[in-house]
Design a protein around this ligand. Structure first.
Ligand code: PLP
Length: 456
């Protein structure tokens, strides 16, 4: 059997890594200078690195390890499935039990008439599927010119060509001549950064109404769909004002535009319900899911589609699919993960214990001299760092410099928090205990103190 060289000294592992491994979203020279932190194991909410340091993972990996690390049941299910049927595809009128049972379970859990599941490998390619799906839907309805999808600046919908195009990250568009044609953008509902003198409620309406303006500008007969994360995650845990989603919903209905809720982060308990759409009162036609679907134990994503959309597609062969669409091992792992979320009461733990405790402690961080607003929904939260709370001012340094310093202090204090510009964000495993939340907050506060000290 292959053995992994965990026993090599850290410096050697880092040198091998820097020499051969290209990292996502990482500057090569940073790796050469400092080396990557080598993570060798994990249990619950705790990561362990090659030096034996225990680190509290305030991000659940990349917002995905909802049930926490080290659940043996998932490893056992994966091993059993690998022995029984390690692979078969679901193309050309074949199926297998893990895929069909997972589709059935997702149809049960998803709100409304979202009863049909197309499997992908993760969130990005599920969103690529969505682009083709909605365009095929309108073509089948005899309106092929309806192919424009409206998204938002600073949205994140993945890293493939389609996902990057749907996302509103200008730095990503700049690499690879994106977006592809037929994607339009409106501004995000980020009151803290862009709300000016408006109240959050006024601002929420103003931003939602940009959708109507955009539809009129493009021509309603050309617009296929609107896509949005219920709460923007990678954009900085941007919680929209309460007026925002109801107005978006109204506009989509008025113009008969399909509404795609990208639930890749918000799904599977993160916001306190199974899906963010339920927390925010959204009724999507399509949901993108991934991450928490398997708690990151196996790569899998999906588009969950309403009866209305599925009915139209029924008449055609959708010439689309991935070798690993509905991979049996990933599906079996996801099913076991959903069982744990449900039967072990993880979602109930979020509702009754973890989210209320985290909310109380997180919102108290707003007292810190460096912190402007503290926002939280369920188990995803952000704080804005600012030199002046009253005016919501930005730092004079380049955006993100102070956030970066703060993130580095968090690293040093053995808690993982991410920074998006000068916003610090968390999204811990849903299984986190109140005691662990207290440790997280204590380390966050210490890191904020040290950051403040450093920039004075
Ligand atoms: N959509 C959202 C909202 C995400 O946050 C992400 C990843 O962070 C994706 C899509 C892309 O998912 P993946 O990285 O699994 O391709």
């Amino acid at each position: 059997m292959t053995t992994l060289a965990n026993h090599l000294p850290t410096a050697e592992l880092q040198a091998l890594d820097a020499a051969h491994h290209l990292h996502p979203f990482t500057k090569g020279d940073e790796l050469n200078e400092k080396g990557a932190r080598v993570i060798t194991g994990a249990k619950g909410v705790w990561l362990r690195d090659s030096e034996g340091t225990e680190i509290l993972d305030g991000m659940a990996g990349l917002w995905c390890v909802n049930i926490g690390y080290g659940r043996e049941e998932l490893a056992e299910v994966a091993a059993r499935q690998m022995k029984e049927l390690p692979y078969y595809n679901t193309f050309f009128q074949t199926t297998h039990v893990p895929a069909l049972m997972l589709a059935k379970k997702l149809a049960e859990l998803a709100p409304g008439d979202l009863n049909h599941v197309f499997f992908a490998n993760g969130g990005s390619d599920a969103n690529d599927t969505n682009i083709r799906l909605v365009r095929t839907y309108w073509a089948e309805k005899g309106q092929p010119e309806r192919d424009v999808i409206i998204s938002r600046w600073n949205a994140y919908h993945g890293s493939t060509i389609g996902g990057t195009s749907l996302g509103g990250m200008k730095g990503m568009h700049g690499q690879g001549s994106l977006p592809i044609p037929g994607i339009e953008f409106i501004d995000q509902p980020h009151w803290w950064a862009e709300g000016g003198d408006m109240t959050p409620e006024e601002f929420g309406l103003e931003r939602a109404r940009q959708l109507e303006e955009k539809i009129k500008e493009v021509g309603p007969e050309k617009v296929a769909a609107f896509i949005g994360e219920p709460i923007q995650g990678a954009g900085g845990v941007v919680v929209p004002p309460s007026t925002y989603w109801p107005e978006i919903q109204r506009i989509c209905k008025k113009y008969d535009i399909l509404l795609i809720a990208d639930e890749v982060i918000c799904g599977f308990g993160r916001t306190g319900n199974w899906f963010g759409s339920q927390t925010l009162g959204i009724e999507p036609d399509i949901m993108t899911v991934a991450k928490g679907l398997s708690s990151g134990y196996a790569p899998i994503g999906a588009s969950i589609i309403s009866d209305k959309v599925a009915k139209v597609l029924d008449g055609t062969e959708f010439n689309h699919g991935y070798t690993y669409s509905g991979h049996p091992v990933a599906c079996a792992v996801a099913l076991e993960n959903l069982r744990i979320l449900e039967e072990d009461g993880v979602i109930k733990h979020v509702q009754n214990v973890a989210a209320p405790h985290l909310k109380e402690k997180w919102e108290a961080l707003a007292d810190h001299p460096l912190v402007g607003e503290a926002k939280i929904v369920g188990m995803m939260a952000s704080i804005a760092l600012t030199p002046d709370k009253a005016t919501r001012a930005e730092f004079a340094t380049d955006a993100g410099t102070v956030g970066y310093i703060c993130r580095e202090r968090c690293f040093a204090n053995n808690v993982i928090m991410r920074h998006v510009g000068d916003r610090m964000i968390i999204s811990p495993p849903l299984t986190i205990t109140p005691e662990e939340i207290d440790i997280l907050i204590e380390r966050a506060r210490k890191s904020l103190d040290e950051c403040l000290e450093q920039i004075r």
